[in-house]
Ligand binder design. Structure first.
Ligand SMILES: *[C@@H]1O[C@H](CO)[C@@H](O)[C@H](O)[C@H]1NC(C)=O
Length: 264
């Protein structure tokens, strides 16, 4: 650690933040948010508590994540109200899914339609640690350059490292589809239902383990972490499922379930 970082660390230590965390990169290029300030995020885990993916609560019974996070309903557990995955904080709510609705046209080869709804067996309790994210309107778009927040418990660099135990977050700008789909970047592999975000020089990005998690712009869930090339590489922003293109599918899926005369 160099002198300026050391001095900054001493200052930060006074503010009771863990200095060691600063020396490492988490979500790539991000930082630890105030505990429990990002309340809509959930950790999707195996039933033996291995973190697999992120997700976002959109109401008490439903979570949005990526279709490529589908490990099977019997193997999955949803944890809301979490911050450190390795410490029991007393704020966690562990809920089993009742069923999964991956998008029927999800294509694992080109990552198209990488979105999945998870219906919970029991409602989450909304409290000061757990809340929901608002959805954008069908077809709404965010302008190039608008800053969005991506959060997760994913890798700190593309070379792997380890899943960080505390949540990380970073703000990145929206990149135009034109730029993202150009030959200098993803060369024609970006579809209408994808959204790109990241700095042209790279350095800040989501990474493995952040998949399925939220990209929030203008207070709404505009993106689901989907894919990329490495993590935080210059010229290759992160690629997200554009939630606004699925608003109708989301609403129809949820209401078709409630239309089936169940008691909740
Ligand atoms: C991306 O480029 C490919 C190849 O040029 C094109 O077929 C596709 O429609 C483009 N995607 C968008 C969203 O414009």
């Amino acid at each position: 650690m160099d002198l300026p970082s050391l001095l900054l660390c001493i200052l930060v230590e006074l503010l009771a933040v863990n200095c060691l965390d600063m020396a490492e990169e988490r979500i790539v290029g991000g930082y630890a948010p105030v505990p429990h300030s990002i309340k809509y995020i959930v950790s999707l885990q195996t039933t033996d508590r291995q973190h697999i993916c992120g997700g976002t609560l959109i109401n008490k019974y439903w979570v949005i994540t990526a279709a490529h996070c589908n490990i099977g309903v019997d193997k999955m557990m949803v944890v809301a109200g979490d911050y450190s995955l390795s410490i029991y904080e007393g704020t966690e709510q562990e809920i089993l899914p009742q069923f999964l609705v991956p998008h029927p046209e999800h294509d694992a080869l080109n990552n198209n339609n990488d979105i999945m709804l998870v219906k919970l067996r029991a409602p989450v309790y909304l409290n000061s640690y757990v809340s929901i994210a608002l959805l954008p309107k069908q077809g709404a778009s965010v302008a190039e350059g608008r800053m969005c927040r991506v959060s997760g418990w994913g890798y700190t660099s593309s070379s792997g490292g380890q899943i960080p135990s505390t949540l990380r977050t970073v703000k990145i700008p929206v990149v135009s589809t034109e730029k993202c789909n150009s030959t200098e970047s993803f060369s024609g592999t970006i579809t209408e239902t994808m959204l790109c975000a990241g700095f042209s020089n790279g350095g800040k990005d989501a990474c493995m383990g952040d998949s399925g998690g939220p990209l929030v712009c203008e207070g709404r869930l505009y993106g689901v972490v989907s894919w990329g090339r490495g993590c935080a590489e210059a010229g290759f922003p992160g690629v997200y499922t554009a939630v606004s293109k699925y608003r109708r599918w989301i609403d129809e899926t949820i209401s078709s379930y409630y239309g089936r005369c169940d008691n909740n």
